[in-house]
Design a binder for this molecule. Structure first.
Ligand code: ZN
Length: 99
């Protein structure tokens, strides 16, 4: 299975890059609902990402540059962008794995 790229991080005085295309997703918007659910679970809540790219993250966004999805983890010290896969991508990769 194709490897996911590395997470990217930034402290709150800086801005993170998309883990997929390495552009800064300045136009990214996060829904208030997702933000509230995430903060209710607490800063630093551990975001799980399975090897197939599925996640339990509360905040999952599509990059405004490359349209690829990443989870947003809010930590006390900053933000972490974690590359994930769409369901369609997971199915595609699983199909490739069987062939
Ligand atoms: Zn991107």
């Amino acid at each position: 299975m194709t490897q996911l790229p590395r997470n990217t991080t930034a402290d709150y005085g800086d801005f993170p890059f998309c883990p997929w295309c390495r552009e800064a997703p300045y136009e990214l918007t996060v829904s208030l609902e997702a933000l509230m659910v995430s903060l209710q679970r607490g800063l630093g809540h551990w975001v799980e990402v399975e090897p197939d790219g599925s996640t339990d993250a509360d905040i999952v966004c599509d990059c405004p540059h490359c349209s690829k999805p990443f989870a947003v983890a809010l930590k006390a010290e900053g933000v972490v962008l974690i590359p994930v896969r769409t369901e369609a991508d997971r199915r595609l990769l699983a199909g490739e794995g069987r062939a």
